[in-house]
Write a protein that binds this ligand. Structure first.
Ligand code: GTP
Ligand code: MG
Length: 544
């Protein structure tokens, strides 16, 4: 009997034809259970769902796809034995699945069709309602002429998206869900917000949830996730960013219930690197990291690749490459790895050349945005790009610096660190970071005004450890001391055994310069140059 429902065809302009309504009511009356019809725009019945709250089949959802700017091309009309408004469950389904419409058909006690209630989505707006409920009517009096109605609604959604992308940047909602305390999570979200704005995203909302430890299917409870997704849609957010890394299975589970772009912190960082990489070497390194990250997330995801539209979460490797199968991606990874080996060899030559120059090397390291490039600029009178955003620098720059007593050194500035630096990224940036191995002395620059100073210092320590560079002699430098109230900088420096400076105020630098000169004199005595097998006749090649 139910199978007969699949053979129903309706005129394209009817939300529900009177004939179908009659059959639906009759069957519902007989089996005493609600029946849902999933109907295509051509008026065919795609799925028949028995019971309240049942969802369209995964095959159907995979065949009919939606984007945040378009609808799925399916509507769901469910019968009910009692006259009842559209359930919250059905409205959630309307939003998450981006259905054309949802509706309920009341069935009278005689098994005849009663009132038909309908709801549809609205174009997103900050204050507006996500959906509109239409006044229930009898089926044959339904005022909606479906084909025209849906065409207009789709073009409204489209228009919204055009003005949206032209007028403003992409918007994001940040989510943190972990067993950590709310305060801790909020602190991390502040950093995530900085990362987001560094990627030119506008953060429109954020949400923190303390969860039980252990792995959730969705990282946070499914009810909560649905809430967040609905909010995101209502506010017209383009993407949802998790502070926690999402396991491939989690990403897949989330992708199954929404067409919204959902990414995690690692992906965001990779994306920023992809935006910023200019040198051939940097680009190769970022692409390699992105592909390594993507590979396990591709399995069985043939269809969902199409959700990687433009923008954040999809930059870099590019859609065409993403659409190639895993084997092709592995080949690409092999190729990039070989290319990076090539860089490494080349760099070895460069380095041995520099070592032969016999200048001691002083390398600036530190948390991103600590002021490393600014310090290099002021020390060496250079113009390396420095900006108030994270990951401004991705490549290594070397400059010569002559100390007051005449000693010359090479000073290098490189990519900044961050806590939980994605390990694929760390691996891919091996050649860039390998330059740190030449250092005779590391200059660890810390933003003295950072709220979570200790976390920043610890994060840098961790990265240095994982690069096995923690044995190198180090000087701790607290920068941006101008931002601290009088006296506080001194106290702080004393407590950490650091030297306080402000790269924006050159008059604060002499103590640092003097200290560096002394440390280097002790570490690399002038006659100690020979230890680096110097060939002093060769002069330094032009600046890199
Ligand atoms: N108030 C103040 N701001 C500073 C100081 N030093 C640097 N800044 C600012 O801090 C921001 C970041 O400086 P950068 O030199 O780009 O920092 P970085 O460590 O190289 O950052 P990445 O390359 O992104 O890792 C810039 O806007 C600088 O103007 C300082 O001593 N005081
Ligand atoms: Mg920099």
């Amino acid at each position: 009997m139910l199978e007969r429902l699949y053979r129903r065809r309706m005129p394209v302009d009817d939300v529900l034809s009177s004939e179908t309504a009659k059959t639906l009511a009759q069957f519902t009356h007989e089996i005493r259970r609600p029946i849902g019809l999933v109907i295509t725009r051509r008026g065919a019945v795609q799925d028949v769902l028995v019971g309240a709250g049942t969802e369209p089949s995964p095959t159907t959802l995979a065949t009919f796809r939606a984007s945040p700017r378009s609808l799925r091309g399916l509507r769901l009309i469910r019968s009910h034995l009692k006259e009842q408004p559209i359930t919250q469950e059905d409205l959630t389904m309307l939003g998450l699945l981006r259905l054309d419409m949802v509706g309920t058909l009341a069935v009278t006690h005689k098994g005849e069709p009663g009132l038909l209630a309908l709801a549809h989505l609205n174009p997103p707006s900050p204050q507006g309602q996500l959906y509109t409920l239409l006044k229930p009517t009898l089926v044959h009096q339904c005022p909606v002429s479906f084909e025209t109605f849906i065409r207009e609604l789709e073009s409204d959604l489209q228009r919204q998206s055009v003005s949206h992308t032209m007028v403003q940047n992409q918007t994001a909602i940040l989510v943190s869900a972990s067993p950590k305390s709310k305060a801790e999570q909020e602190e991390r979200l502040a950093e995530l917000a900085e990362l987001a704005s560094s990627a030119d995203l506008t953060v429109i909302d954020s949400l923190v949830q303390r969860t039980q430890s252990g792995h959730h299917r969705f990282q946070l409870g499914s009810g909560k996730l649905k809430d967040v997704l609905m909010q995101a849609m209502q506010k017209g957010a383009d993407l949802l960013i998790f502070d926690q890394d999402l396991a491939p299975a989690q990403l897949r589970a989330i992708a199954e219930i929404t067409d919204l772009t959902v990414i995690d912190r690692t992906q965001l960082i990779l994306d920023i690197f992809a935006q910023r990489a200019h040198s051939r070497e940097g680009k190769v390194q970022v692409e390699l990291a992105q592909l390594r990250y993507l590979l396990p997330r591709l399995s069985g995801q043939g269809t969902s690749l199409s959700r990687l539209g433009g923008g954040i979460g999809s930059r870099g490797p590019g859609e065409t490459k993403l659409e190639t199968d895993r084997r092709r991606i592995r080949e690409r990874i092999d190729y990039l790895e070989r290319e990076i080996d090539g860089f490494a060899r080349h760099q070895d030559q460069r380095r041995s050349r520099r070592v032969r120059q016999a200048f001691p090397v002083l390398s600036i390291v530190g948390y991103t945005n600590a002021g490393k490039s600014t310090l290099l600029n002021v020390l060496t009178n250079s113009q390396v790009s420095a900006a108030p955003r994270v990951f401004e620098t991705l490549d290594t720059t070397s400059r010569r610096l002559r100390f007051p007593l005449g000693r010359e050194v090479i000073i290098t500035d490189t990519v900044g660190f961050i806590r939980d630096l994605p390990k694929d990224l760390l691996a891919a940036f091996r050649t860039t970071l390998d330059e740190l191995r030449d250092a005779d002395l590391l200059l660890h620059v810390v933003d003295a005004g950072a709220k979570d100073l200790d976390a920043h210092i610890a994060a840098v320590d961790t990265v240095l450890q994982s690069l096995t560079l923690d044995q190198l002699p180090r000087v701790l430098v607290f920068n941006k001391c101008d931002q601290l109230p009088n006296g506080q900088a001194e106290t702080l420096c004393r407590r950490y055994g650091a030297i306080g400076v402000s790269a924006l105020h050159p008059e604060t630098l002499p103590p640092l310069i003097q200290h560096l000169e002394e440390r280097l004199a002790a570490l690399v005595p002038m006659d100690g140059i020979s230890q680096k097998s110097a060939a002093p006749t060769i002069t330094l090649a032009s600046r890199p």
